[in-house]
Ligand binder design. Structure first.
Ligand code: ACO
Length: 349
């Protein structure tokens, strides 16, 4: 059975840099608070119009495709991970298919938030291993800046997130010394509401979901996206930060160890760990727990913030561009996020 190998990798970072100091114009916060709690110094925001989750994903994809030495017409499947799609539906996969003028290939969208890219990679890996596809484009992209609460009410969340995209081209290899060794996917829906954006969503009675004759006037008044919902900030992400922290620092090390143990390795064998850039404090906690050296963990949240599904491929791409990953190196990708979902992938570069 062939293994999957990353044949090309790319990223796209919007030009507009937003410092912590810039955010103080909109909300009561400070550079000191943000850096102390999250490690973030700055993030990038996409253009308000014309630059979307799909266009950024397509830009990262172009770079990955070029570096793989192929053309968009060679791609035979797309897996696109995001929580900030251009449209409620259809998903971003088809928009990339259109933008890059690809053949009428399959396009799959993944909704696993911060774990989205590792989930997407795992899905693509199954198609490579079975021999169904030969050139799969896997993308993680987010435009968070369009939907954050930039008032003081939303400051515990809005200061954390940034925009950007990363992409890889996955191909089969028969080389036993390279490629994806295993992927590990987990979830626990008991904590679904701890980190969530509630509306619009079918849990609430805000769409005309049944014949209007079944409802009285008062109920009809409640059925639409109401000012009350907006006043309660239910159209923005909600997060119980301390609970996320507590569970993240338990699940991250567990899923990394699971990947290492399944393949007969120990943390010391890792050339580099690319964790989802959730929060620098979380990455530092994981590093300490696994007794990894500073050069074994790649962090770039300081400059991009948390880019959710894009954070792992952006960090992987940047680490590779800086020469921190060479052929044959043992690399672990790991993520944890809303759901909760968490996942890891172990590979020989
Ligand atoms: N600037 C200034 N003050 C702030 C800010 C801000 N941006 N945000 C919150 N505060 C204030 C609060 O109002 C509160 O003030 P009070 O004590 O007077 O009421 C105080 O700081 C503490 O508020 P908390 O919300 O409890 O903030 P906490 O200390 O927990 O820090 C943080 C928030 C950084 C998010 C922390 O909970 C954390 O690190 N959580 C981990 C989760 C995480 O990083 N998630 C990232 C996204 S999810 C993911 O990728 C998996």
């Amino acid at each position: 059975m062939p293994r999957s190998v990353i044949a090309g990798i790319g990223k796209y970072i919007p030009k507009n840099t937003v410092t912590n100091q810039d955010l103080t114009k909109y909300m009561d916060t400070s550079d000191e608070w943000i850096q102390e709690r999250t490690g973030i110094q700055e993030r990038h925001y996409a253009e308000r119009t014309g630059e979307t989750t799909a266009t950024m994903g397509a830009a990262a994809a172009r770079e990955a495709i070029d570096r793989a030495g192929i053309t968009p017409q060679d791609i035979d499947f797309i897996v696109f991970a995001t929580l900030s799609p251009d449209y409620y539906f259809p998903g971003c996969g088809v928009l990339v298919q259109r933008e890059l003028k690809m053949k009428e290939i399959g396009a799959l969208d993944i909704r696993n938030q911060c774990s989205g890219f590792v989930y997407a990679l795992s899905v693509a890996d199954q198609f490579i291993k079975t021999g169904m596809y030969k050139n799969i484009l896997v993308i993680g992209s987010e435009k968070h800046s369009f939907g954050l609460d930039f008032s003081t009410r939303g400051r515990n969340i809005s200061v954390i997130f940034g925009d950007g995209a990363g992409a890889i081209v996955l191909q089969p290899t028969e080389d036993d010394n390279r490629g994806l060794l295993s992927t590990h996917l987990h979830s626990d829906g008991n904590n679904a509401e701890i980190l969530a954006m509630f509306n619009p969503g079918t849990h609430a009675n805000h769409w005309t979901a049944a014949p209007l004759a079944d409802f009285n006037d008062a109920e009809i008044g409640d059925m639409f996206m109401s000012h009350a919902m907006i006043d309660k900030a239910q159209n923005f992400p909600n997060m119980d930060g301390p609970t996320v922290f507590k569970i993240a620092v338990e699940k991250f090390p567990a899923v990394i160890l699971e990947a290492l143990e399944q393949n007969g390795y120990q943390p010391a064998d890792l050339k580099i760990l690319i964790p989802h850039q959730a929060n620098l404090r979380i990455s530092q906690f994981v590093q300490k727990k696994l007794r990894l050296g500073d050069d074994q963990v790649y962090n770039n949240i300081q400059h991009y913030g948390n880019t959710t599904a894009a954070s792992v491929p952006i960090a992987l791409c940047e680490a590779w561009e800086k020469g921190k990953i060479q052929e044959g190196d043992l690399v672990c990708l790991a993520a944890f996020g809303s759901g909760f979902t968490w996942a890891s992938a172990l590979l020989k570069w």
